[in-house]
Every structure is written in structure tokens, then in C-alpha cells.
Ligand binder design. Structure first.
Ligand code: GLC
Length: 804
């Protein structure tokens, strides 16, 4: 509770102490326009592409007390000088009577009280008119009237985010600011890069008369006198200089005299930071958001979006922390991750031409499908556009151009130029979408494969179903000496890139899982011949995996070119990998006995109180023959760290073998809500899952990093809802098959499915983990544990009793 608390009623996490151990952020808007805001009001905002069209200068690497892209100053004249403070804590670092940053759904709200002034600022991006709104309300808490000035400030960056670091003369020479005065005292301060004239201009404005502006950082701070962001010297002057910078470090500072505010009285100012092609074309929308009513409406419409999104599944379990996460924060993180991919966070800065990953997004959509399936489908379609004719996939693409590339393998022409797993993930995504929506027609939609002719037209297209078939066909024909799928440049584990190539067990399991999904789908569609073929392929791979993969107490992870295993007791480092065990269960390749033995080995060797390690023991020293994994010390990231993305797979595997207690133990130990009480060890936001936590081979065991944009989110949501609570869409109904801790008396859930609402009650008075004894739907007993599809817009009551 040191830095804040969860408020489930308002669906916020309330930060009460701005001095969090790392920056804690929240997302506003989306990749089209938006970015993140941190716990002290700083922002990183971009439009379209965080690497190529950055607006605000936010440098996450700087210490937390530093100015962070945006702030607002408030000043009160006292005697002969101004008392200056910021309602965001940074950069003035004053002592506040009250400080709150409410991390909400698509907005952050900052509340502070200092010097008898209360400020409430809501920051968000309206859904349809992209601009960053800061809705500022200042209230006089004093017993006497007060005269206030309000000075919102933004620091711009060069649109090409890397350039500012690589050329410190060219960049400032290209920047320019202009002031547009309007009749009523309103002003718009614009800023652009010389070369972008006519194509894009940033603007900063408000709905209140502006008495003066500053556009040059040097003048604003009083740089000659070593003025600072904590105490900008120009704010001691009555007015700002009104200088329109034609070069330099551009900022936008807007000085508003709010006049006298009576005790208890409030004044409201709304600022907008946006980008358009030409300012004249923006004027109408700027005027629109000067009207408080329109701002309120836009905010309400954002709230409605989230109401609707979250209403698709709400749960009531005996574990409150699980409820908090499953009802609010986890689905929110799934949507944010789906939107931003790995493009912009405190840790991923849109540099390096990474774009949207085929593997990552195929998994991200799985977390969005239950709540917003059509949005997920749009991304699925884009992904299918980057699948190659041979069934493999381009590793990553840019949403703005749909141009794709082959990821890091580009730097190693001596190695395979494809990833052995990418194309297999999309099978799960498409099947999951069709099960959720029943939109069978989607399978017949023609989508081009990636290859283009010399005119840039696609060389071939195929139905969605054909794309999926080619995925498994590719892997079927891409096997090595032992009959296992080849690794390619890498599989799910990006950091193992063997120079001579290898065979990969996770690729075998993904192939197995994809075949299972397709068998299920094709049986439903009545394509019996292909079903038989796929069943044969499945059985063949199962045999190979069990013939060459069993190490005695667990499955190995790779077989290298020389036939040597990785992930075996024979290895000095990396003797056991979690994915080799969990996926052997998820694919159904492991026999029951081996599944249990392998999962017990995970528990015994890899589990820690902070989560399951990816592998053990960690490599201790760089080894170019193993690749990126050996660049980390033992216990960090893929080298034996708690790479959290893998943990939900262990939960899922445990539910498959019926071990609800252990599945929940794994769930609970990584639930960030619990971390709120040991945040000094964990450090990062307790309202989202991170990508990694340092493992117990590392001196800083328990430290989390790379929060927000991670496949962890989608899989934790699936592990919690589909496998532990067992609410799983199928082609012909809604399966309820929980695997819960024995001590639970049961749980309730409300799930929207195919145009009907299912009010589900699970009764566990026998205190078991798994096994549906009876199920009634609207009071009528039905066979099995699949509720029918109603499609009638009504609510239906489903009661499930568990018994051995
Ligand atoms: C990162 C990558 C993901 C990969 C994982 C493990 O999260 O985004 O694609 O599977 O690392 O290496």
C-alpha cells in the first residue's frame, strides 16, 4: 500500500505517492494518435508511428525527478515574486497536502492540493478526434480570494525520435514555431519541423484567452542564468516573451491569467495538444474541444467503450485479487497490448524498425477476442496478409504500410530467414475468433499471401482456411533429422539462435496444437478426409516427440545439428525449460504419466515464490554458439529469469491434468495485485503484468521489468478465464469446465456469448478441483457441460455442480 491502492468501484488504481520506484504509466489513445502518461503527468505522445512521428520529448531513461515532456505550472503572486508550483509534482517537487494519480481506463486523473489550491486534471484522447486533452480544474481552498496564473507546457521532439540523439545541430536548425492569434484572445501555438511544412503541424491551444506564449526552451528556463524546469526564470516575469522560435529546442508554454478566484470557487481550462496537416483544417475540431460540453461527451463516450468492453465477462470468485484483475486490469491490458503491440512503452521505444510481430500479435488477439472480437479480427486479417505462400510468415510488419520483414534474421544471412513458430500461432487465433463469434464465413474470406509481383500486386491469395492449412503444411514439410520441426532462426524463445540450426520441441507442440484446433474445426465443418489426414500427422509427431524427447524426468527442448539435446540433464546450463513441459501437455503429446512427471519437475526445479523460471541453471558467460540468451546474467530475462509469458502456460497445463490447486498457486504468486504489498522489491506497476521478473539466481530476485506490453497479459487472461474458471467458447456452445482450488465453494460469472448473456454459477460443495457432475440451463438438466447457443438477446441461467 506504499504507493497506492486499487479502487474497484471507480475501476482505477490510485497512486497516492508520486515517488514510485520506477515510472508508472497509463496509456491514452492508440497507435493512430496517443501514447502514455506517467504518474507525474509527463507524456510521450506520437501519431501513427512512435519511431517516425513523435510529438513530445520524453526520455524514459532520465531519472524520475526530471522534466518529462509535459507539465503545468501554477503561479500565485506573493509579495514581489511568484510562488510557482506544478500540480503534477514533477518538475517542482513540492510538498503536497494531497497527491493522487488515478490510473483509469483510457485516462489518468491527477489531483493535488498544495498552497491552498486544489487542482484536478483529467488527461485523455477522445476516440474519434485525436488530440491529447488536459481538462484542468483549479479550486481555491483558501478562505481568501486568490489570483492565479496557469501555464501548461509541452516540450517537442523531432518527429524522427532517433534523430535528436544523432544530430544535435541539424535537428534544432529544422524546428520552428508560429503563433496564431484569434479574435477572442484564444491562441494556437504551432510547431513543426521545416521539412514537414504542409504535411504535419503540431498544435497546442486552450479554451481560455492566452496572454502570452513561449516557444523556446532556452528563453523559458532562462538557460543563460542556468534556470531549471523546477524554477523557470521567465515565469518570474509578468508575461512570457511571445517569441516565435525559428530554430532551437522548441516548447509550447501558454500563459493564462485566471484572474481572481473566490474561496471555494473553481475555474476550468481545457488544453489540446494535437497534430494535423494544416492548422486551418484543424480549426473546427479545435473549436469543438474548446466547448466543455463536447469534452464531457468525449470523456463519457470513452467510459462507455470500456463499460461495454468489460461487460462481456465479469467474474465473482472467492479471490478478490483475481476478481480485480479479471474484471478490470487484465482485460484492459490485453486491449492495450493488442493496440500497441511492442511499439511504445517505457521499455520499447519504437526504434529499430521492429513494427508489429506476427507471433506476438497472433497471441495478443487471443486476449481481446472474448471482449471485442471484431477488433481482433481486423488485426488477424492484417497478419494473414503477411503470411507467405509456403505457409510460413513474415516475422513483423508495419501497420501503416503493411510492409513486412524477417526480423532479426536479416542481420544473419548465414542462418534461416524464417521463424519456425510464427505461422503456427495464427491457427489458434482464427479458431478462437470463430468459436467466439460463430462467424464461419470468415473462413471463406480470400486474403492475399505476402509475395508481390513486380507491379506490387499479390501473387496469390487463398481463403482464411487455406492460410491455416498452409501453416501446418509448412511445418509438416520442414522437419529435421529426427522428424521434429526445424527451429528456423528462432522459435518462441527469440534468444536461442543456434548457428547450425536445430530441431525445436515447442514448434512440434505448436504444430500439434494447431492440428488439434484444425481437426476440431474441420470436424465441425464436415471435412472428414482432411480430418483423417491431420489425425495421422498428429499421431506421427506425437510418436517422434515421445521417442526422442523424453529425458527421464522431463522433455528436452531442442536437438542441435549434431544430435545433442538442449534442456537435458546432460547439459551444464539450461538443463530444463518450462515450455518443453507445459506445451507437451497443451499439445496433448505427453502421455498422462509423462505430463504429470514433467509438470512435477517444473514445480520442483523451476518454481519460485515469485513465479516459474524459464529454465535452469542459467548460462554464466557469453557464448556466441548459443546466442542472445547468454548475453544475460543467470536469472535475467530468457536466461533463467521468470519470463512471465510462460507462466500461464504452466497454469493451463496444470488445469489440463486436473491440478486446480497448483494452477491457482501459480496464478496467485504472479498476480500483480498482491505485489502492491511488496512493491519495493517488485518496483513496477501493480496493475499490469510485466514481461519479466528476475529469478532466484539473480541478486535482485523479485524485481519486475518491462511492464504492460507483453504476451503475458493475453495468456494470463486465458489461463484465468478459460482454464481455471473453465469458461470456453466452442463452435456449438459454451463449455463450462472449471479447474479450481479445492477449497473454493464455487464462483459466479456473467459471460456474453453469441448475442445472449450466460449467468453462470459453479457449485463446489464437494470441494474438488475438476469434474462437472451436472449442468442445468434455465432450470433444465442438460447432458455434458456445454450450454447451447441461444442468440436471443436474453439472459440464461447456467448452474454447474462439480463432483468426482
Ligand atoms: C519477447 C518477444 C516474443 C518472444 C519472447 C521470448 O517477448 O516479443 O516474441 O517470444 O520475447 O523470447
Amino acid at each position: 500500500m506504499k504507493y497506492g491502492y486499487f479502487n474497484d468501484e471507480t475501476r482505477e488504481y490510485v497512486i497516492t505517492n508520486p515517488k514510485t520506484p520506477t515510472k508508472w504509466i497509463n496509456y491514452v489513445g492508440n497507435l493512430k494518435f496517443g501514447g502514455f502518461v506517467d504518474q507525474t503527468g509527463g507524456s510521450l505522445i506520437c501519431k501513427g508511428d512512435p519511431a517516425l512521428n513523435r510529438i513530445v520529448k520524453y526520455l524514459p531513461q532520465l531519472p524520475s525527478y526530471e522534466f518529462n515532456g509535459e507539465t503545468t505550472y501554477i503561479r500565485v503572486k506573493e509579495n514581489d515574486s511568484y510562488n510557482i508550483f506544478s500540480p503534477y509534482y514533477v518538475p517542482t517537487l513540492d510538498k503536497y497536502d494531497l497527491y493522487e494519480c488515478r490510473v483509469g481506463l483510457g485516462y489518468s486523473k491527477y489531483i493535488s492540493e498544495i498552497n491552498g489550491i486544489r487542482t484536478e486534471i483529467t488527461v485523455f484522447v477522445p476516440e474519434n478526434d485525436p488530440r491529447l486533452i488536459r481538462d484542468i480544474k483549479v479550486t481555491n481552498l483558501r478562505t481568501t480570494p486568490v489570483e492565479l496564473d496557469l501555464i501548461p507546457v509541452v516540450e517537442y521532439t523531432h518527429f524522427d525520435a532517433l534523430k535528436q540523439f544523432t544530430n544535435a545541430d541539424w535537428v534544432p536548425q529544422t524546428m520552428e514555431s508560429k503563433l496564431i492569434e484569434e479574435e477572442n484572445g484564444f491562441k494556437v501555438l504551432t510547431q513543426n519541423a521545416f521539412m514537414n511544412r504542409g504535411t504535419s503541424v503540431n498544435y497546442f491551444t486552450s479554451n481560455h484567452p492566452i496572454s502570452s506564449i513561449e516557444s523556446d526552451r532556452k528563453i523559458f528556463l532562462g538557460d543563460n542564468e542556468f534556470g531549471t524546469w523546477a524554477n523557470p526564470l521567465s515565469l518570474q516575469n509578468e508575461e512570457l516573451s511571445n517569441y516565435e522560435a525559428s530554430r532551437g529546442d522548441n516548447i509550447g508554454a501558454l500563459l493564462h491569467h485566471l484572474g481572481e478566484i473566490a474561496p471555494g470557487e473553481s475555474k476550468r481550462v481545457i488544453t489540446q495538444l494535437g497534430q494535423g496537416e494544416e492548422i486551418s483544417r484543424e480549426q473546427n475540431s479545435i473549436n469543438k474541444y474548446r466547448d466543455e460540453k463536447n469534452v464531457d461527451e468525449a470523456f463519457n463516450s470513452l467510459a462507455k467503450f470500456w463499460d461495454n468492453y468489460l461487460s462481456k465477462l465479469q467474474v465473482e470468485t472467492p479471490d478478490e485479487q483475481m476478481n480485480t484483475l479479471l474484471n478490470i486490469h487484465n482485460p484492459r491490458q490485453c486491449y492495450i497490448t493488442k493496440n500497441w503491440s511492442r511499439d511504445l512503452s517505457l521499455y520499447q521505444l519504437g526504434f529499430g524498425g521492429r513494427g508489429i510481430g506476427f507471433r506476438d500479435s497472433s497471441q495478443d488477439v487471443l486476449g481481446v477476442i472474448p471482449n471485442y472480437p471484431e477488433d481482433a479480427r481486423e488485426l488477424i486479417e492484417k497478419l494473414l496478409h503477411t503470411q507467405k505462400r509456403n505457409g510460413s510468415a513474415m516475422h513483423q510488419f508495419f501497420a501503416s504500410t503493411m510492409e513486412a520483414n524477417e526480423g532479426d534474421s536479416r542481420e544473419r544471412p548465414d542462418r534461416p530467414d524464417y521463424y519456425g513458430d510464427d505461422h503456427l500461432w495464427i491457427v489458434q487465433s482464427v479458431c478462437s475468433y470463430v468459436k467466439e463469434t460463430g462467424n464461419i464465413d470468415f473462413l471463406n474470406k480470400e486474403i492475399p499471401f505476402y509475395e508481390k509481383d513486380s507491379e506490387g500486386n499479390p501473387q496469390e491469395s487463398g481463403t482464411v482456411l487455406e492460410h491455416l492449412k498452409r501453416s501446418v503444411h509448412f511445418t509438416r514439410n520442414d522437419t529435421g533429422a529426427n522428424g521434429l520441426p526445424l527451429l528456423g532462426f528462432a522459435d518462441w524463445n527469440d534468444t536461442i539462435n543456434l548457428p547450425t540450426g536445430a530441431e525445436s520441441f515447442i514448434n512440434a507442440h505448436l504444430y500439434g496444437k494447431a492440428l488439434l484446433e484444425l481437426i476440431d474445426l474441420l470436424e465441425f465443418l464436415g471435412e472428414t478426409e482432411t480430418v483423417e489426414t491431420y489425425k495421422t500427422w498428429y499421431a506421427e509427431m506425437k510418436e517422434v516427440v515421445n521417442n526422442v524427447g523424453w529425458d527421464g524426468e522431463w522433455y528436452i527442448r531442442y536437438i542441435d545439428h549434431d544430435g545433442e539435446p538442449l534442456g537435458s540433464h546432460k547439459n551444464a546450463h539450461g538443463q530444463i525449460y518450462v515450455n518443453g513441459q507445459t506445451w507437451a501437455t497443451i499439445s496433448g503429446f505427453a502421455t498422462e504419466e509423462r505430463a504429470e512427471t514433467a509438470l512435477d519437475s517444473v514445480y520442483r526445479i523451476l518454481n519460485t515464490k515469485n513465479g516459474i523460471k524459464l529454465s535452469y541453471p542459467g548460462f554464466n558467460g557469453f557464448d556466441p554458439n548459443k546466442g542472445g540468451i547468454t548475453t544475460y546474467p543467470p536469472g535475467a530475462k530468457e536466461n533463467g529469469g521468470i519470463f512471465l509469458h510462460t507462466n500461464p502456460w504452466a497454469m493451463i497445463a496444470e488445469t489440463i491434468v486436473g491440478n486446480g490447486d497448483r494452477a491457482f498457486e501459480y496464478y496467485k504468486q504472479v498476480n500483480p495485485v498482491y505485489k502492491n504489498d511488496k512493491i519495493d522489491e517488485y518496483e513496477i506497476e501493480p496493475y499490469v503484468y510485466p514481461q519479466n521478473i528476475l529469478g532466484d539466481e539473480h541478486p535482485q530476485f523479485g524485481l519486475g521489468r518491462n511492464s504492460w506490453l507483453s504476451g503475458t497479459s493475453s495468456w494470463m487472461y486465458q489461463a484465468g478465464t478459460k482454464y481455471i474458471l473453465g469458461i470456453m467458447a466452442a463452435y456449438d456452445g459454451l463449455i463450462i469446465n472449471p479447474c479450481i482450488p479445492k477449497e473454493w465453494d464455487g464462483f459466479k460469472a456473467t459471460k456474453y456469448f453469441r448475442n445472449a448473456t450466460y449467468e453462470i454459477e459453479v457449485i463446489n460443495s464437494n470441494h474438488i478441483s475438476k469434474g462437472v457432475k451436472s449442468m442445468t440451463v434455465d432450470g433444465e438438466k442438460i447432458e455434458g457441460n456445454k450450454a447451447p447457443i441461444f442468440n436471443d438477446g436474453k439472459t440464461h441461467k447456467v448452474v454447474v455442480v462439480l463432483e468426482d
